[in-house]
Design a protein around this ligand. Structure first.
Ligand code: ADP
Length: 489
């Protein structure tokens, strides 16, 4: 099997959220069984992280010269293909926004060019040709439509990491991108008088996956379908919910170079205590013996940080400390900072993306808060469980699929791994926090829940096997047997 992934993010090169982790870890896990390449745009600084780079194709798209470069990230990651178009990608800021947090005004052109480049590559422009194209999220959505036009026989799998981000633009942009007139159709990419990139992935792919079984069901309903539930209901026979995994080596409390003290199931209580003390010192929090809650995530409506802020007074009255590691909405960033400066001994706000701090916080914390309004899969609650940090999460999407709620039965059979609350509102969040505080009172129950979480296997090996099975189903049999064993890693 020869698989090309195309994504706007890949861990180690460009990351704003879970998409990067998933593309990287899935590619790594499947690389043991298939020949894999990962294609991403060449954002500023990305080229410099690769070794042994060479040019594998040179294209012209929308009047821009585009070089395609291949290089190595490290000894284990599959080869990376960079779509190099400096005018569009060599910019300060993150993959989608400038330094002040505003979306680049030409994102349609940027990812329209990226998608078209991917389709050209898989239809002859590159020497190495995949026998399946695996596309991720809206930024790569049009690559499904283009590749079906240029190489109809190539199977295309499209993965929805988050349906709320769709890449919606107007008719003038449709014309600018020279999209074929027949795509301006409900069965094409047309969308409520405009068009959206993600519909390219939904309507032109051979199969669709999303990142948890619950989310796969939810997005077929108007409440979670973000206007696309009709399309997804129509494709429900080809829509699969495959749970994400985690990179269990990179996220391993027993051997994590980023944390103060490594620990395992056997010494989790002591290990966490030491990490908590170190974090308290680092952040200037009071050295109190109270449970430490953390929130790590994007400050966007989806993640519900605003609910924590709205419950500020009630939370302040509870015996706990709280640390935010988060970035996003400027108003929420400011509100987190303001709360931390009012109560510096008990609340800290780290307003930035910081991978190393995410590890330190996860190791130090007792509880991880995720009051998400919706959650396709969520990774932070998986990392939390691996580190013996008890997730306190809203019962939705992948959170529902990966956290086993604490109750008398699950405590008795030692299967409980966290706390689920029903509503994404202030009362819901507070009920979750109060249940966490009660759990904290019983050292033996807390230890049992921590250990149950740490015993879970969320590794990609299991998850990748399901993707490999799906790849095999989608690739016509002769194409697989024609792949020479020598090309399979
Ligand atoms: P999403 O993809 O919706 O943002 P996920 O839970 O799937 O949410 O993945 C989020 C990933 O990004 C996790 O790896 C999490 O640790 C990381 N992350 C989010 N915010 C930050 C931050 N401010 N600093 C470091 N890591 C972060």
């Amino acid at each position: 099997m020869k698989i090309l992934h195309a994504s706007a993010e890949c861990f180690g090169l460009a990351k704003t959220g879970g998409l990067a982790d998933v593309v990287h870890a899935l590619s790594l896990a499947s690389y043991r069984h298939a020949d894999v390449r990962i294609c991403i745009p060449s954002y500023r600084g990305v080229f410099a992280r690769l070794r042994n780079t060479c040019e594998i194709a040179s294209l012209e798209i929308y009047g821009y010269p585009v070089r395609v470069l291949e290089g190595e990230l490290d000894a284990v990651t599959p080869p990376i293909w960079l779509i190099d178009c400096p005018d569009l990608f060599d910019r300060p800021g993150d993959p989608y926004r400038d330094r002040s947090g505003r979306d680049y005004p030409d994102n349609a052109l940027r990812f329209g060019l990226f998608s078209r480049a991917v389709a050209l590559l898989v239809s002859g422009a590159a020497e190495w040709q995949p026998n399946l194209l695996h596309l991720h999220d809206w930024q790569a959505g049009l690559a499904a439509a283009w590749s079906k036009r240029l190489r109809p026989s190539l199977p295309v799998l499209f993965t929805i990491h988050n349906l709320a981000y769709q890449g919606v633009f107007d008719r003038a942009t449709f014309d600018l991108l020279e999209l074929p007139a027949e795509w301006w159709d409900i069965e094409g990419v047309e969308y409520w008088g405009g068009f959206c990139f993600i519909k390219g992935g939904l309507n032109f792919s051979d199969a669709i996956t999303t990142v948890s079984p619950s989310y796969a069901e939810e997005i077929k309903t108007p409440a979670f379908g973000c206007g696309l539930d009709g399309v997804l209901r129509k494709r429900s026979n080809e829509l699969f919910g495959l749970l994400n995994g985690i990179d269990a080596e990179h996220w391993n409390p027993a051997a994590d170079p980023l944390i103060e003290t490594c620990y395992s199931r056997a010494n989790v209580t002591e290990g966490k205590r030491r990490n908590r003390h170190a974090l308290q010192r680092l952040l200037g929090l009071a050295p109190m013996e109270v449970p430490l809650f953390i929130f790590i995530g994007r400050l966007a409506d989806q993640k519900g940080a605003d609910l924590l802020l709205a419950a500020r007074e009630e939370i302040a009255a509870l015996p706990l400390q709280l640390v935010f590691l988060a970035a996003g909405d400027a108003g929420l960033e400011q509100a987190c900072r303001a709360w931390a400066s009012e109560m510096p001994e008990r609340v800290a706000a780290l307003i930035r993306m910081d991978e190393a701090l995410a590890h330190r916080l996860t190791a130090a914390a007792d509880f991880q808060l995720m009051p998400s309004r919706f959650e396709p899969c969520g990774l932070s609650q998986l990392y939390a469980q691996r580190y013996g940090t008890v997730p306190v999460v809203r019962a939705t999407g992948g959170l529902r699929d990966t956290v086993i709620d604490l109750n008398a039965d699950t405590l008795a059979d030692q299967s409980a791994t966290g706390i689920l609350f029903a509503e994404a509102d202030v009362d819901g969040v507070l009920s979750g926090i109060r249940r966490a505080l009660r759990l904290y009172q019983s050292k033996s129950s807390l230890l049992a829940v921590r250990r149950a979480g740490m015993s879970k296997d969320f590794s990609w090996d299991k998850a990748a096997a399901r993707y490999l099975e799906l790849y095999r189903e989608l690739i016509p049999a002769p194409a697989i047997s024609a792949t020479s064993p020598a090309s399979v890693q």
